[in-house]
Design a protein. Structure first.
Lengths: 338, 338, 338, 338, 338, 338
């Protein structure tokens, strides 16, 4: 049987131009609903857990569509409030080769989630019901009210014995000018509360403002992560290193710092169908395997395989069973199976 | 040769579920760009005029798509500013029979247009360049800054010899509670400035707060419109009466009050493909025919025929040539033409 | 708060040719998952209840898609077994005017549900958990094993204090030659167990083999239903009368026999977008209103309004809130709402 | 077993805007291949005959697509030449209500068929192989070379004992100014050769230039058709009368003049999905029933039923089995069949 | 002029998710009809032969669509029976990179073809009419009745002087556990009857249970194929070796054992659009070139070029003219041709 | 502010099969409007200039769609005549890997543009209004009347002080047999009039019939271009060298001969989404940068970057802002930007 897992975050509507046309060329859009919390809850649901999103969605037809979509992804909606009038949206134009994909946000800060009053949530009740709560740096970037909610929820969860997960994913465009300075104290607060943290050496250097003389990212990692784990008393820190090659092939290697030791996954190379959501697949896989008590090496290999497969799934939410991920770990390239 | 006509208003993105599915059932949307000002400018462009939208649109890919779409509709973009970060949007789910169509707005008030500073527009320059300026009650409902812009533009246009057109189209949902009271003074200001006004007896009764003992709408019209024309010195007032029959067939009759006399068009019955934009087709046709100096009866018949045809065109913007409209006026039901 | 409701039945894959082409003209199909049990559970979920399908679905990608689809409809999957290798399917070609819609079934009897062993279900556990169980005549037509399961489930439910609902919907093509004779005893068994039954005078005459000298369907109904309610001790019997007019307009009137008295809804006329699933909408609405304790007249009017609206929704499953249905009851024809 | 039937005529590519958009709004087109000869051969193939198109199609990918499409319709391609460089095309924009459908032809006269040299066809060989040859007035309108080919083929067919069928369908736009005068002698030549002719009183009055004092079309028909049958020694003349009602409902009645007597089908009323090709369905049904030796009344009723059903099929080519047509003859309005 | 060629086998309906979505994400499917026999007949039709499928298809709208589709592919339907109630189906979800394509079969064994009685086919009549008959190992895997039919047909064909072609394509999932043992005797029977056989060293080792000390596939081939040709008196054995590279590029080399000597085609490398059907393209090309009397080297190069091109065509059936294949043989990479 | 630029040429309708199907497999087409003149005007409009197409388009719905499409691309239609009955069309089937894309033209020579009388254009008026006029070798290939128009326009433009641009793009299929000989004198006439010429060493060798002993294309270029610049007094000659690698990757290097010196851009490698229109992107970028007075190196690098990006845009017309192009120049491969 699975665990009960809640993630706290916004549901965004993704409006994607089909194929490779620009918004100024096309006349239709495919839509889906995503967000880091959604992606993590969807992934963990497909790994056999009961997952809940803690969020606020408008009580109108767009909100109904979002709820239907969350259900379809296997997420339970018992902790979702219906309030406010709009949902955050982003437009996605697929890139091709030399032309990068373009994301255009629309009215994110005015969304139901970002305008919801703290009183709308009963964090105590949720924390008593679930085993794990997941938070992320994107939500932390929204506004002061949200930052206050996220910390209040994390504290309540901690007090009620939940495992607290925090994914640092820092987005420069959300924090604006002098963003690292603005963000630092909030990140530090979250690190003090977290049991599992997703980050890499860049977060240490920029967001936390740490320093090192090392130049290579692996050496930086080796120096900085143990210091962080020590300072904030974090049992598990994990993350990935991505390399993008000239021929559009990506490589990914996962790492895990746990019990004072580093573990690296094997590096996997792959081509990309849908870039968004692979970090959430990695995080979900680490959480799942930690819950199941796997060894560090198996955990890391499984998580990087999950992240790689997430690049081959349309949409932001990874929809992968444990069997799919294990199959991709072991095998080389395969012909059609019939 | 045509005239130079500017309309002032917002460009909205219409996101329509294809076919008859609900937002919670579908996965794609058709998008187009519209708005009363857009519709009027598009219609008058197809009737042979040089038309300009005066508006503000974000300088991002969504804004680029809006500009391309306006060009495609035949509208010139010389008086459009690129500023701000978002565009107003609405979702449209097509009704069927007993189930009405549903419109869900998203973040209209935060749009580039509704947040644009007055200083962004050079109303003086525009007024010297064009012959006619068109305003509408929807724009008037937005906020105080926009109301100030609209009146400033209308005054400047009047001073520079432009014909000022005002379409009353009052939308209860935009003005909120006690909306008629809030709106009244602003409508009165616009009526004082306008040369051509689109309205019917309901605007007189509710928005202007006039009173009558008559119970039938035609008698109310006959009593109230002359009083308004007289009070505000309005040369032309026009509008339509719609009847919706049990079998989903609509009927429409246009009226025109000009030179102290009423003219009624013949009543036309028709089925509806796309409800939105028919009022703008009527208004555009009246403006066009007034510019061309047609008789009142021909003007009314032409305008109601334009409105009827607009119900048979996909999208909000009527794309009809003078020939199309005249053809629909004269003929009965026709077999395929080949 | 809502009730807990389980329905027992097959999930079918509907493969529908888009638009009005024939299978031999087209090259794509829209697919969805439905069935009487699915439709009833989906409808009651949208009316605020916790609904469960009791069924068997293959553990393969087609089964995964079915589960996702049930979740999307708001149905919980806790009582669904994953077993067997295939799902029942039907192809649907939309008719137009003089050309009727065509349904072609494929391998229904070999489906996971129809081949599942009885031991796969824990009817006792389910009956203890839910308040109501819904069965239908379509499931009863499948094979002896299924008939045995359905009766066993109904008895267990009854013993555990559940309300038992039985919808007679007799399908001649499923029972084959001398079908009424084959079906009679099974229907009688179910009527003895049921608290709410959906049927009309045709079921009485043909399936139950009752006789009357009356010629008009309303008189037949008035004579036969009380006799059935009496004989089988059925508290509530309800159903509809449909009339199809020359111009493709349908009319529907609901009736209800409860506490020894007949109640008729008002008759509603309407045009049809999607014919399938309207009977399930009627049944769901009766169940919902009975649970809420409404008066007979309000129950009947509400249920026929739900059935009418179901004709305006794409797909088999009615996705209507109580508000939507009440709105359609009260109002006449409406213009677009914005 | 069926007969061997050849039709002589052009294959045209139909490029249809999906839904109800205009060419200037849309960005995709559905394509199919049709033409009177194609439609008649397709319909007779679905009625159980071996059918052949005698035509010329370019030897390029567009021609390959046309051949595939003819095969799909059940037409054999043994008598089709591959020559020239292009195919006639027409764009079709679907009308709605008050807005009629629009057909725009492109380069019809430069097509492979219309430019093919007579020597390309071996009419003698074809005439010896088939039982029936079908010609139409549209082909006759093309150019002098085609007119020469059509008459040469008809004479050869006659000499070899084939039944010669001629459908008068006169298209004013193809003959241009003083078209009736230009066409008359050619039509007279064909009438002298034909065994079955499709026409009505308008062809008699305008194309043949006959005169009558009658005002009603049925009386004109009764006076003029016997005279034509007598003058040109035509065993069978048949045709239809169409009425288009205000509510977009069409009515159709077929007539047949054979053995000096008139037979009228019952009149059928219906709504229209695809207007084009219904005349070809009528003609095919008459040919089929004449070959089978049915009574005049049954032939007429069957043929008008085929024409009505053809209005409910997407595309120009009627794809109806004898069973489909008979089913539509007998029954009233039907509910979904399952 | 071409030859007359019959292939014996099932028509399957392929239901493919468009793009790269999973069945649980999408809502539409593209459908086509295929099968080894269909693919071979389609390919040989495009190479100029008269081709016939010998099969059984239900007499319902799905069967009608299958027939239309076969016609479209250029296959004649004179030897197809209409019987039974269903068609075999498979769902295809396209893989991407690390995620392989998934095939899910539905009710294959209950299909019209697999349930058809032997008496339905007149193998004698067919064998007298055609020059070549094609069989394959997939059909052989179905059930005992089908195995009996296939052998009876092959014997009759042989006796009537037809060339008998047998493609070994062994599918493990169809034969189940201990499949090789179950299959061996049936394969041996077919090899005794065949004039052209498609196989490689794996068939020799596993299906026929032969042994060798060689480790490399080319050496195994060189040892085993001559022995088989000798033992079963097979004039021609041919096949391919595929290599799948890390970057998703495939390489293919064809081989041919004829007149006691091996011929290898050049190896071609290529990227893959649609994997299914390439073996059938290779087989068809060998048959075609053997009929035309080409040299072994030209035959092998042509056949591997046909197989490569088949990977670039959407759908299972290779639609390639001789010109297309020759063009791909000679040239390197080409820019757009215009 | 931008310049005023006119291009002279045909508008063609591109009818493209979606995805990778053949015309004989698909049933829908995407359409757009293009042509060298269209592409250049669209590109320069997106670079900030006022651009005009000088052309002739039929006055029918297809022509209306073309006009709308030009507007959408940012091209002004003031110098477009509405005349004649048809537009040139081409069908495009997308290739894949070993299978090249196929272009099939339809009735190009009968188009409105190619049949338009010279008197329809007022070249004098246009030349006085604009700063630059663009011509190309494709238009020059059409017929004698068009050749006469193009030279007359070029002379008038020159006399009125316009910059004359000529793109040699020679298409063998348009000039037919002995094409180079037919074309030579016309090309020489244009070179005498041109200020900016696009060509490479192949045009010199084949079209102009020049000779060299050099074997490598770069050496040929270095010898021949200075001679041409000298002979015809051409200030600027520019062009590109393309290399197509085995893995479908293309490389492109631009060159520029100006003020007696050669400049080469860096070479860029890239994968291709849409091959057509990249030469027009290069030419537009050179024109733009020359107008802005950039250095030769910056001009060449910018132009090759524009050409590369044009391969990543769907459709023939490059829709790139100066910012987009500069971004692609500087950067390496980028992850998604958000």
């Amino acid at each position: 049987m699975g665990n009960k897992i809640a993630s706290f975050g916004e549901v965004m509507m993704r409006l994607q131009v089909p194929g490779h046309e620009l918004l100024s060329q096309a006349s239709s859009l495919n839509y889906s609903f995503s967000g880091t919390g959604v992606n993590v809850a969807a992934a963990l649901s497909h790994l056999g857990h009961d997952t809940y999103l803690v969020s606020t969605i408008p009580d109108n037809p767009v909100g109904d569509a979002a709820i239907s979509s969350l259900h379809r992804l296997g997420i339970k909606s018992s902790f979702i409030n219906r309030n406010g009038a709009s949902i955050g949206m982003y437009f996605l134009e697929n890139g091709f080769g030399a032309r990068p994909s373009r994301v255009t946000y629309s009215n994110r800060l005015e969304s139901s989630f970002n305008q919801a009053p703290a009183a709308i949530y009963d964090f105590e009740q949720i924390s008593k019901y679930v085993d794990i709560v997941h938070f992320c740096g994107i939500t932390l970037a929204m506004n002061d009210a949200i930052r206050s909610q996220i910390k209040s929820f994390a504290k309540t969860a901690k007090q009620n014995g939940c495992l607290v997960v925090f994914d640092c994913n820092y987005r420069p465009s959300l924090w604006g000018e002098s963003g690292y300075e603005k963000a630092r104290a909030h990140y530090e607060d979250m690190l003090h509360l977290a049991d599992i943290v997703f980050m890499n050496e860049k977060d240490a250097l920029f967001t936390l403002g740490m320093q090192t003389k090392e130049k290579e990212r692996e050496k930086q990692l080796k120096e900085l992560l143990p210091a962080i784990a020590d300072q904030y008393k974090i049992p598990i820190i994990a993350g990935t290193h991505r390399t993008i090659h000239v021929n559009q092939i990506h490589s990914l290697r996962g790492f895990l710092y746990k019990n004072n030791s580093f573990t690296y996954s094997k590096e996997m190379s792959f081509s990309v169908l849908d870039r968004i959501g692979s970090g959430d697949a990695f995080a979900s896989a680490i959480i799942h395997r930690e819950l199941k008590g796997y060894s560090n090496q198996k955990m890391a290999d499984f998580a990087v395989s999950a992240a790689v497969l997430a690049h081959t799934i349309t949409g932001d939410s990874p929809l992968l069973s444990e069997k799919d991920i294990i199959q991709a770990m072991g095998k080389g390239i395969r012909d059609v199976e019939r």
